[in-house]
Ligand binder design. Structure first.
Ligand SMILES: Nc1ncnc2c1ncn2[C@@H]1O[C@H](COP(=O)(O)OP(=O)(O)OP(=O)(O)O)[C@@H](O)[C@H]1O
Length: 235
């Protein structure tokens, strides 16, 4: 269970999160949606201790994360933009992360799933954006953690890889893991999410299932339901 209470975050005079209260129950796929700049990454990074809120509290598995780091051993994170060392080879990075994790890692089947074998001896700086994202996915899923947080995981992936990613996410969900995803690809979110939260103007505009959102907005299509929130709010 993840509990967020009265979370405020400002960057200078820009108030990005204006008192977010949120509960994410354990087990299932939870999506964080919202327009560009609505604070999805800020919220995600707050859960990871990478953004320090101005006020408010976050509890992960019962532990207040303020000034804590141990909980991070239970959380896998796929960042929106991975900054890999350019001159390191893919195989070297995988080995290095495995050593750092000091936990059982299973990257072999993931490397096969994402067809990364031909790239293992290539420098990370020479990879295409999509191939880097596949490496990012391998790093995320190779460790067996109960919480998986992904910021725009489909970014740059071709349709076959998106399909593979979806299968992996659903398999992790079936193991009872808590998976938190931010994405603008609504078809992807609709297929995999148990619950969504929609951020708007620093607050939670909606929390519930995709079908509940469709019902509330009186739309049969998820994209139209999201569009109707935005047109109503910004009209
Ligand atoms: N370190 C920072 N310093 C200053 N402003 C920041 C910083 N990080 C984020 N912001 C600003 O906070 C706002 C929210 O950014 P955030 O990245 O959380 O949005 P997002 O919903 O993830 O956006 P997107 O959909 O474009 O990825 C934006 O206006 C952004 O410019």
């Amino acid at each position: 269970m993840i509990t967020i209470e009265k979370l405020h975050k400002k960057f200078g005079s820009l108030e990005v999160l204006k008192g977010i209260d949120l509960q994410i129950k354990s087990g299932g796929v939870f999506a964080i949606l919202g327009p560009n700049g609505s604070g999805k990454t800020t919220l995600i990074k707050s859960m990871l201790g990478m953004v320090i809120p101005n006020s408010g509290d976050i509890w992960i598995q019962g532990e207040n994360i303020k000034k804590q780091w141990r909980y991070r051993h239970q959380v896998s994170y796929l960042p929106q933009i991975a900054h890999f060392p350019k001159n390191l080879k893919v195989a070297e990075l995988l080995k290095m992360i495995k050593n750092l994790k000091n936990k059982p890692c299973d990257e072999t089947s993931l490397v096969a799933t994402f067809n990364l074998a031909p790239f293992l001896n290539k420098n990370l700086g020479d990879l295409s954006g999509g191939t880097k994202q596949k490496v990012n996915a391998v790093l995320t899923f190779m460790v067996d953690n109960p919480i998986i947080i992904m910021d725009e995981p489909t970014s740059g992936l071709d349709p076959v890889s998106v399909l593979e990613l979806k299968k992996i996410i659903l398999a992790e969900r079936a193991k009872g893991k808590t998976i938190i995803i931010s994405s603008h690809i609504l078809s992807f979110i609709e297929e995999i999410s148990d619950e969504i939260v929609f951020l708007l103007d620093g607050n939670i505009y909606f929390k519930g299932s995709v079908s509940k959102l469709k019902e509330n907005t009186n739309k049969s299509n998820f994209e139209e339901a999201i569009a109707s929130i935005l047109t109503t709010s910004y009209a």
